[in-house]
Ligand binder design. Structure first.
Ligand code: FMN
Ligand code: SF4
Length: 592
């Protein structure tokens, strides 16, 4: 192990900021992070043991006890459940003789759940040793079980198992455009860098990651900081359930993204960029590295770009299974090799970001839009959309539609038109902007996709009338409870209480008091949480409670107070021990 770790550290330049990459490599080799590795890393990197342990504990892809040589994680998104995920997972468990949440005795295979893997358009999906496996069905599971028994290395498995498709159904302003490598950089040079920033301003481009901050303003603020060193960071963490458009952009339009990041580097005068790629997109890591290498060879990245004396390069950093790392300050912490805990703000990343230097963090789509605006001009972009939301939005549409995939629509488009585009029928409601966004009912389809009405980072999940609202809310609420970073009490405790209360209602033990408690809890989370995760964790419950109060009411059996579980069922073990199962040994609950 010694030699392995020393080589690993050499390859990573003994940089503490590379801790995640180093731990990923150790996990892949030893199927966990052994104690000896932690001691060695602590000594050689000069980091406290407690720091490394806390990082290992924080990220769901690291384990302190061994996982199987083939570690299978089933995606737990609501769309996976809608596509028979649970039955397939049980089938896998049976075929590979491994319990859910367990490692098989021979150590060959382990099975568990993981949060949404960004494959909602082609689920049910899983990760095998970190690599995405979409469109699971029984024949595919049979094949995987056979390959595992044969102990065939993953590299020799049929490629079709891992085939991820780019399902693009509707293109618009951006995706219909053309961009030759280097074109936006030359256009910016010809127009002048300040004038190019003015064009981006003119375009009224707002960030595509959800919050919608004005891009030109962010870049200008960063550029005006007195520091010499500045950083460009692409947020490719894409963890919001139902969002997968960045996955498609990273696969098909990587050139445009890198061009956009390079353009930003010219405008804010930065020499170093980072592409923070979510761990679930491991399959994109090598192709993206190859694209960076190609651009370096062609003089579009590295020293003296296009012979103009510009210098900029990009490093790809892989996440390790944590949704909160999409929040920009948590992302920066993670880039620095720490747990992804959101920082206090201000200061904002534009003034104190990576290594406390001025940093811009932007979404994949934002960089791509900026590259096109540099060529076509601000008015070209601002001509579409609405007053406060210019241009188009790329949506990831999944759920109850015969055509799940990517749709580019102008901002301002009514929800009804989007539903028509994707041929959705008999729709009960739509989750716009993912669980942290807004759930709208079928009475609201006249509403528009726009920052001034329904903003969205891209997630658009459709539910038909056969779906159970409470099951949807339960899935989303558990997601937030699992992904809370645990830093602040309102969110750490509140998300767990919320999910337990929803479970109680879902299982049929809810009382009127539980509904009141849910509302109070929702308010507490919104107003007292440290970051966006806690502030939005109650949205699915609050949105649906406001729209479908009858559904919540129909679940209430106990008018005032009720136990949180079935007392009679809980006594089953005692009856077994006492060898009694007569009527006297049973309890009846009021409301039964
Ligand atoms: C919990 C949480 C998760 C987030 N995840 C992402 C993400 O995966 N991708 C993203 O671009 N922005 C995400 N954001 C928003 C970022 O914090 C930030 O606003 C965004 O990257 C800024 O880029 P933009 O201006 O281009 O939108 C998240 C925010 C929160 C609170
Ligand atoms: S709100 Fe939740 S995710 Fe955000 S800092 Fe607090 S505990 Fe962490």
């Amino acid at each position: 192990m010694n030699d392995f770790i020393v080589q690993l550290l050499e390859a990573n330049g003994y940089r503490k900021t590379r801790l995640l990459a180093i731990l990923r490599a150790i996990q892949a080799t030893y199927f966990h992070i052994p104690k000896e590795a932690i001691t060695l890393l602590s000594r050689l990197l000069g980091l406290p043991v407690s720091h490394i342990i806390s990082v290992v504990d924080f990220y769901s892809f690291f384990h302190s006890t061994p996982r199987g040589q083939y570690d299978i994680l089933f995606s737990d998104s609501i769309t996976d459940h809608m596509q028979d995920k649970q039955n397939l997972m049980n089938y896998f468990s049976h075929q590979c003789q491994v319990g859910i949440g367990q490692v098989r005795k021979d150590g060959r295979v382990s099975l568990d759940n993981t949060a949404c893997t960004g494959m909602c358009d082609q689920g049910p999906a899983a990760l095998i040793n970190g690599y995405a496996v979409p469109r699971l069905d029984r024949p595919k599971i049979d094949l995987i079980a056979k390959l595992i028994e044969q102990e065939l290395p993953l590299a020799e498995w049929p490629e079709t198992i891992f085939q991820v498709d780019d399902l693009i159904w509707k293109t618009g302003l951006l995706l219909n455009s053309r961009l030759e490598p280097g074109e936006s950089l030359l256009a910016a040079d010809a127009r002048g860098l300040n004038a190019t920033l003015n064009e981006i301003d003119q375009s009224k481009l707002r960030g595509r990651g959800g919050a919608g901050f004005k891009t030109a303003l962010k870049w200008r603020l960063c550029a005006s900081e007195p520091e010499q060193e500045r950083f460009v960071v692409c947020n490719a963490d894409e963890g919001e359930p139902g969002t997968f458009k960045d996955r498609v952009l990273l696969n098909r339009y990587a050139d445009w993204l890198i061009e956009g990041m390079t353009l930003a580097s010219l405008l804010i005068k930065s020499q170093q960029g980072f592409l923070y790629l979510r761990g679930e997109y491991l399959h994109l890591f090598e192709p993206l590295q190859a694209k960076l290498a190609e651009r370096r060879r062609n003089g579009l990245l590295g020293d003296n770009i296009l012979g103009k004396g510009w210098s900029f390069d990009i490093e790809i950093c892989l996440g390790a299974g944590s949704y909160i790392c999409g929040e920009e300050s948590a992302l920066i912490e993670s880039l620095e090799g720490r747990s992804g805990i959101a920082r206090n703000r201000p200061p904002y990343p534009v003034t104190e970001g990576y290594l406390n230097k001025p940093t811009i963090v932007d979404n994949v789509e934002t960089f791509i839009a900026a590259a096109h605006i540099a060529i076509q001009g601000g008015n070209w972009f601002a001509a579409q959309g609405t007053e406060q939301s210019s241009g188009t939005k790329i949506l990831s549409i999944s759920g109850d539609t015969p055509q799940p995939g990517i749709y580019e629509v102008p901002f301002g488009t009514p929800i009804s038109a989007i539903l028509e585009d994707c041929l959705a029928e008999d729709v009960l409601g739509v989750q716009v902007g993912g669980p942290s966004g807004t759930f709208i009912s079928n009475r609201e389809f006249h509403r528009r996709l726009a920052f001034e009405d329904l903003p969205s980072g891209g997630s658009f999940i459709i539910f038909n009338r056969q779906r159970d609202i409470l099951e949807i809310v339960r899935n989303f609420t558990h997601f937030f409870a699992d992904e809370s970073c645990g830093f602040c009490t309102p969110c750490r405790v509140g998300t767990i209480l919320l999910s337990e209360q929803i479970d109680k209602l879902y299982d049929g033990y809810g009382s009127v008091g539980d509904i009141v408690a849910l509302q109070e809890l929702g308010h507490l989370l919104k107003t007292n949480s440290h970051c966006g995760l806690g502030q939005t964790a109650a949205n699915p419950m609050l949105n649906t409670l406001a729209r479908y109060p009858a559904i919540y009411q129909s679940k209430i059996k106990f008018p005032h107070f009720g136990p949180g579980f079935n007392l009679d069922e809980a006594l089953q073990a005692a009856r077994k021990i006492a060898h009694r199962d007569d009527s006297e040994a049973h309890l009846s609950q009021s409301g039964d």
